[in-house]
Ligand binder design. Structure first.
Ligand code: FES
Ligand code: FE
Length: 456
């Protein structure tokens, strides 16, 4: 039988078993012990601005509905009827008075309660004939997720009533979330979701995606060589010589990695000031220069760092970038070897139309299944998964030895840096250590105790 998964993650040697990316039993343990206890990103408050609005999301193995009720409160509800489990809402998003189950028509209000209105066409059909009016409707509303935290518009939820608060779970990693959620000029939380959510499936394990965003800048020069060659980067200038990124791979303050004991990781540090790319369009240059100046003044006055734009991953499966592009990417686990990727794009609430138009084009050519970077990445992950499934292949671990034992202390709480600018795997090692602690079902006190240590 399979022992604890921590046996498969050797941080001393930097070797991690391929089993954790393909094994059915390990996937089952992740679904049972990791996802229902972790704080997961379910959507953005701007996706449900009005009473009656809903957005269909997913938390690990469970479909959920993010809704806003008549009082303006946000709910996260299990999207499964209490009678026989039918999916009560089959749309991706919308606005409704109530969710009527397609199977036998139990009806739930937007806050999840089984509708109380008397009469056969409301709430529960045949209430008198079938239940003699005795069904206790209050007990049979949609299942509520007990913990919800809205952080500057980003909606997170956690199924475990014993879970630590969102703030404790995130720790000092919040600086990166702030850069994602604050407007480009520094106005707190003044951002919203831009247009629809892109969704596509890949034939690989969800951890490939999380790991790639939290620290794998190593793949850029080779995997995304075509992006560089044709010049579809943020500035639209591009056409860099292949390998130019690789040449920048020595000690570089900007690309320094930050790794948290809590499992989160980012591919840059807070001292790194990335204003904005070099734009071909003067009006874009003008707009972002002004926004950047405002931001820099505000943050310097508050003695706050100006960097921290990612790419980054909030443990376990919310990845994002806070610069160009500014977007959120969640890797929903489907099976050990299948993942559904969702990508939200973020924009400043008060961005003028020409900025939105520019971003729309950039986001299309850069992200999503029709853009170039995503196709480059998913092809690697799919082929890596297929080539790791074989009986012989599975005997050989993956190598995570970059920068092993050369971590630098950080001023941030329970974090370390790696000066291995382009090529550093410290973040991945910390991620898999935390992953093993959750997946092995360590208790909350044990998890908390381990999170206090700053071992590397
Ligand atoms: Fe929903 Fe029967 S399954 S009403
Ligand atoms: Fe990539």
């Amino acid at each position: 039988g399979l022992g604890p998964v921590s046996d498969l993650v050797d941080l001393g040697t930097g070797e991690i078993s391929r089993e954790i990316f393909v094994n059915e039993e390990i996937f089952r343990r992740e679904m049972e012990h990791l996802f229902p206890r972790a704080w997961l990103f379910v959507g953005h408050a701007s996706q449900v601005p009005n009473p009656g609005d809903y957005f269909s999301s997913q938390m690990g193995s469970d479909p959920v509905l993010l809704t806003r009720d008549d009082k303006g409160e946000i709910h996260v509800l299990l999207n499964s009827c209490r009678h026989r489990g039918m999916r009560v809402c089959r749309y991706d998003e919308g606005n409704t008075m109530q969710f009527t189950c397609p199977y036998h028509a139990w009806s739930y209000s937007i806050d999840g309660a089984l509708v109380e209105t008397p009469g056969d066409l409301h709430g529960v059909p045949q209430m008198k004939a079938a239940y003699d009016n005795k069904l206790r409707k209050k007990q049979w509303g949609l299942v509520h997720c007990p913990n919800i935290h809205v952080y500057k518009g980003l909606v997170f939820a956690n199924w475990d009533p014993e879970a630590p608060s969102f703030e404790e779970y995130v720790g000092d990693f919040h600086w990166w979330l702030d850069n994602l959620a604050d407007a480009f000029d520094g106005t707190e939380g003044a951002t919203e979701v831009f247009r629809g959510v892109l969704k596509w499936r890949i034939k690989s394990n969800w951890k490939f995606v999380s790991e790639n965003f939290l620290g794998d800048t190593y793949h850029g020069a080779s995997t995304h060589a075509s992006v560089e060659a044709v010049g579809i980067g943020p500035g639209g200038k591009g056409k860099r010589r292949h390998g130019e990124r690789q040449d920048q791979g020595g000690f570089s303050k900007g690309r320094m990695k930050t790794s948290f004991r809590l499992g989160h990781g980012a591919s840059d540090n807070l001292a790194y000031e990335v204003p904005y790319p070099e734009f071909a369009e003067p009006e874009m240059e003008e707009y972002f220069a002004a926004a950047w100046q405002k931001r820099a003044e505000k943050l310097r006055a508050e003695d706050r760092p100006l960097g921290g734009r990612g790419p980054a991953t909030l443990f376990p499966n919310m990845s994002f970038a806070a610069g160009f592009p500014r977007s959120i990417l969640v890797a929903h686990p489907i099976s050990p070897t299948e993942t559904e990727v969702w990508r939200w794009f973020i924009v400043d609430k008060d961005a003028p139309e020409f900025v939105r138009e520019w971003l729309r084009h950039y986001y299309m050519r850069y992200g999503g299944p029709a853009g170039m970077t995503e196709q480059d990445d998913m092809e690697n992950w799919d082929y890596a998964t297929q080539a790791s499934l074989g009986v012989v292949a599975r005997r050989y671990p993956y190598n995570y030895q970059q920068g092993l034992g050369q971590e630098l202390p950080s001023d941030l709480d329970r974090a370390v840096h790696s000066h291995h600018a382009i090529a550093g795997e410290v973040n991945a090692r910390a991620f898999y250590r935390r992953w093993a602690e959750f997946t092995d079902n360590l208790s909350w006190p044990e998890l908390e105790e381990l999170a206090k240590t700053d071992d590397r």
